[in-house]
Structures are given as structure tokens and as C-alpha cells.
Design a protein around this ligand. Structure first.
Ligand code: NAP
Length: 290
């Protein structure tokens, strides 16, 4: 890792609370080195009460860009001077660009999801899809599905079903898409929902390190060979959920690609340069496996 910084080194970073588990500093700092760019990416642990002053500080200090994570993704919107179409529709920002004091908000999770799913576009369009989770990642995936894949039906499955209902109402109003169903996350009753879905997406942290033996369903009958199963969890790179789906012949998609490509889009917004995504993916896989 580079250890000398100069008077014109540009600063970008991450705000959230807590942020200690993030791989973003690794991804961006390694990418700056690969591209020989004079930038540094720093984590800033910012509590909600300090969000407004942190953004004023960003402008005052000339911090060029920030990633935004839990719990600020939605609250930060009111501090943005401009919003991209996708961040305004989703209602969440994960990337801020400081353009000479004008704060511009983006949601690059959409790019990560598109990169993960676009080669399956023909299979997804017009099919039934099941999204597990109704948080920020669930919002981004529902937006991406409606905007780019036009599925026949989206079932939102969530531990707190009221949250799934409010997401349904939100997107019905925002994107005029009304082919939703909502269900409780109660696997025995979900077998038919899972089986009849061409694509199942886990957008919850279930199965994330250190709780690696957890899975949204343990029922192998949830899966079959004509399915796609996408898990946004990236550590481990192949979750128990994906292992079960693979055993039944489903095509599986891990969360690492999304992680790298959402970062690549932020990187491009800040630097105007392309991130070396293949090299970063390999470096990240090595880091996660150790
Ligand atoms: P969030 O806004 O906090 O939402 C979390 C969702 O997961 C909610 O629907 C919550 O249900 C559900 N949930 C949490 N713990 C659960 C449990 N033990 N059992 C059942 N449901 C549970 O978080 P988020 O921003 O959407 O992120 C969710 C996951 O996606 C995280 O693991 C994150 O790392 C991953 N992610 C990955 C990428 C990537 O690039 N690969 C990008 C973004 C997010 P309730 O509504 O009932 O609380």
C-alpha cells in the first residue's frame, strides 16, 4: 500500500455507522494504486446527528467524493443539491460527488446489480421474480428489475411484512408497476413462491460472515435447474443459500461482482477513470478467503 501522500492528493471516503466491516477502502485504494492515481480513500465513522456537519466539512475540506452506507443512505438525500434519476426514484444515495461545492447524489448499487444480472436479461424479462429483503439493497434491486428487466411479477418476502407492503406501495406510485405480491419470510410456506420464481434474490444479510451457516431457506425443494439465484452477500463468496441452489442445478450469482461494480461506478464518477475490475475482483477474493 502506498504510504506517501502529497499536497495535491485527492481525498474520497466512506461515511456510515458502524463502518468497520467495509471492503470499500481496500477496493478503492488498491484501484488507485493499479491506476497510479493520486487519491486516498478513508473511512469516516459518522453518527446520524453529525451527518449535516460532516457534509459541510466535506465541502470545506475539499473532499471530492463519498460513499454512503447504513444508516445514512436515505437521510442524506435532503442535503444533496442534485440527484441522479435512479437515486431520486429509489430514495437512497450511496455515492456523493462534490463538484466544487455542489453535492450530487447517485445510487451505484444499480450498476452493480445490472452487471450481475444483465447477461440473464432474456430469462428474467416477463418472468416471476422473488426478492428476499425490503431494505436499501432491496429497494435498489426492485428499481433495477422494473426499469431494466420488466418482470411479470415481483414477490417481496420480508421478515417484517409491513416493510414489504410499504415498498410495494412506494414503487407502485413511483414507477407505476403494480404486479407485486408480499409475503412473510416463513420458508415452509414459501416453497411454491420460490419454485415458481425464475429468479430469486437475497438482499438481506442472512448468511453473511460470521453467521455463515444461516440461509433464507434450508429447503432444497425451493430450487430447480431452470432458476437463477442471486445472493447479494459477498462474504463468503458462495453462501449456504447459493450452495443449496447449485446442488439443485440452479445457476448461481454471488454478491462479489455487485460489490466490485458498484464501487467501479463510484470510482468512475470521482476520477473519470475506469476501475480495473478483474484485478480488483481477484485481489478481493484473496482477501476474503484469508
Ligand atoms: P438494510 O437496509 O438494513 O435491510 C436489511 C434487510 O434484511 C431488511 O429487509 C431486514 O428485514 C432483513 N434482515 C436483516 N436481518 C435479518 C434476519 N436475521 N432475518 C431475516 N431478515 C433479516 O440493509 P441493506 O442495505 O438492504 O443490505 C442488506 C444486505 O445486502 C447486507 O448484507 C449488505 O452487505 C448486502 N449488500 C450487498 C451489496 C453488494 O454490493 N454485494 C450492496 C448492498 C448491500 P426487516 O425489514 O424485518 O428488518
Amino acid at each position: 500500500m502506498k504510504n506517501s501522500f502529497y499536497s495535491n492528493t485527492k481525498v474520497v471516503g466512506l461515511i456510515g455507522h458502524p463502518i468497520k466491516q467495509s471492503y470499500s477502502p481496500f477496493i478503492h485504494n488498491v484501484a488507485f494504486q493499479f491506476k497510479n492515481l493520486d487519491y486516498i480513500y478513508l473511512p469516516f465513522d459518522v453518527i446520524t446527528d453529525n451527518l449535516s456537519s460532516a457534509l459541510k466539512g466535506m465541502i470545506a475540506l475539499g473532499i471530492e467524493g463519498l460513499n454512503v452506507t447504513i444508516p445514512h443512505k436515505e437521510r442524506i438525500i435532503k442535503y444533496m443539491n442534485e440527484l441522479s434519476e435512479e437515486s431520486a426514484t429509489i430514495g437512497a444515495v450511496n455515492t456523493v460527488v462534490n463538484d466544487h461545492g455542489t453535492l450530487k447524489g447517485y445510487n451505484t448499487d444499480v450498476h452493480g446489480i445490472l452487471e450481475s444480472l444483465s447477461k440473464f436479461k432474456d430469462e428474467i424479462t416477463g418472468s416471476k421474480v422473488c426478492v428476499i429483503g425490503a431494505g436499501g439493497a432491496g429497494r435498489a434491486v426492485i428499481y433495477t428489475l422494473i426499469r431494466y428487466f420488466k418482470p411479470e411479477e415481483i414477490t417481496i418476502v420480508n421478515r417484517t411484512v409491513q416493510r414489504a407492503d410499504s415498498l410495494q406501495n412506494y414503487f407502485t406510485e413511483k414507477m407505476l408497476y403494480s404486479n407485486f405480491k408480499t409475503k412473510d419470510l416463513f420458508p415452509p410456506e414459501l416453497i411454491e413462491t420460490f419454485r415458481s420464481s425464475k429468479l430469486i434474490i437475497n438482499s438481506t444479510p442472512i448468511g453473511m460472515f460470521p453467521d455463515v451457516s444461516d440461509t433464507p431457506t434450508t429447503l432444497e425443494g425451493s430450487f430447480h435447474k431452470d432458476q437463477l439465484v442471486f445472493d447479494m452477500v459477498y462474504n463468503p463468496t458462495e453462501t449456504v443459500f447459493l450452495q443449496l441452489a447449485k446442488k439443485q442445478g440452479a445457476k448461481i450469482i454471488g454478491g462479489l461482482k455487485m460489490l466490485v461494480y458498484q464501487a467501479a461506478k463510484s470510482f468512475e464518477l470521482w476520477t473519470g477513470e475506469e476501475m480495473p475490475t478483474e484485478k480488483i475482483s481477484r485481489s478481493l477474493e484473496l482477501l476474503i478467503k484469508h
